[in-house]
Design a protein around this ligand. Structure first.
Ligand SMILES: Nc1ncnc2c1ncn2[C@@H]1O[C@H](COP(=O)(O)OP(=O)(O)OP(=O)(O)O)[C@@H](O)[C@H]1O
Ligand SMILES: [Mg+2]
Length: 313
């Protein structure tokens, strides 16, 4: 029998815990090795669900790949993995396993490497009812055993919110280059960005910039309608000294292309949204590779209260 903090463990329980700790340690060593072969690791965050984070991640990744960078996309949204489908890969496709136990990412044009829990699930309709430790364990295993090779960028689509799960996933990735915050232009955007900034402070990574999705809708007569409001993201970007990377309009063809598994801006290269993504990719590459992401000028205190409870987003 061994004792730990008042609990008594049997010899076999003690052995099982020691083995698990050793396995986690080995995985962490592998993660550090894998991630050291990727120049820039950019996490996409939003403290609100359904704002188009996955669409923005997939489109930005493709736009950066078209600029000649080697790009991977890691869908870390274990509850609602969707990037694989937006990129035309079916749920349940699987990942190619190698004899040495590592796995190969799937690849899609324009040369994107893609890994998503969705590729490993048998079908979309099965909900993942995993407890916290198992969820983050799955993410840790993917980070440890997927061999991305040498990459310039890895874009990580985080689960919605700024809760414990997002914190754990972010802490698994060594030397994160920074966060890109995705928001919509409503007043809610202000608190969304504030939460994301305070989260970034907490994990000591800079905010590369803000992308405002669903900014406006342009009618066929040319008139512009600000369906979710106007200017909130810009105000807060100025207040914090965070770069405003760009604004993506509402376009029903975006939803339709995503549902068909087609990359919108490759299908509609002349659209306003496509133009916006090309400019955003330009800005991201410039900030990351030339200027270097800077911490926000000002922001809410990086206290533990800024990390929300799971599911409260
Ligand atoms: N600018 C846009 N115009 C029209 N439809 C959009 C736009 N951006 C995203 N969508 C659509 O909105 C829906 C939500 O987008 P998406 O899945 O990317 O959001 P999310 O923030 O990742 O959501 P979740 O919180 O569930 O992960 C999708 O159907 C997508 O195709
Ligand atoms: Mg998503």
């Amino acid at each position: 029998m061994s004792t730990t903090g008042g609990f008594r463990l049997s010899r076999s329980e003690y052995k099982a815990i020691a083995q698990r700790m050793k396995a986690i340690q080995e995985q962490q060593i592998r993660i550090v090795r894998n991630m050291s072969r990727i120049k820039y690791k950019v996490a996409i965050i939003s403290s609100k669900g359904g704002v188009g984070k996955s669409f923005v991640t997939a489109s930005l990744a493709a736009a950066v790949a078209l600029k000649g960078r080697r790009v991977g996309v890691f869908d870390a949204d274990i509850h609602g993995p969707s990037i694989h489908k937006m990129l035309g890969l079916p749920t349940g496709l699987g990942l190619q396993a190698r004899p040495d136990g590592t796995m190969e990412p799937a690849t899609v044009p324009p040369g994107l490497k893609v890994v998503s829990v969705g590729l490993l699930l048998p079908m979309d309709e099965i909900p993942l009812i995993w407890r916290g430790a198992i969820k983050t364990g799955a993410i840790r295993e993917l980070l440890a055993y997927v061999d991305w090779g040498e990459l310039d960028y890895l874009f990580i689509d985080l689960p919605p919110g700024t809760g414990d799960e997002v914190l754990t996933i972010t802490q698994l990735i060594p030397k994160l280059t920074g966060f890109i915050v995705v928001t919509i232009p409503s007043e809610v955007a202000k608190s969304v960005v504030k939460k994301a900034v305070s989260f970034a402070k907490r994990v000591e990574a800079p905010v590369i910039g803000i992308i405002e999705n669903m900014s406006y809708f342009r009618c066929s007569d040319g008139s512009i309608h600000y369906i979710f409001g106007k200017g909130a993201a810009e105000d807060i970007a100025k207040q914090y000294g965070i770069p405003m990377l760009g604004k993506i309009p509402i376009d029903p063809r975006i939803r339709e292309a995503n549902d068909r598994g087609k990359i919108f801006f490759l299908e509609y290269p002349d659209s306003e949204a496509a133009k916006a993504f090309r400019e955003i990719a330009e800005a991201v590459v410039k900030i990351v590779e030339e200027i270097g992401p800077k911490p926000p000028k000002w922001g809410p205190p990086a206290d533990s209260e800024s990390i929300e409870r799971e599911g409260s987003s």
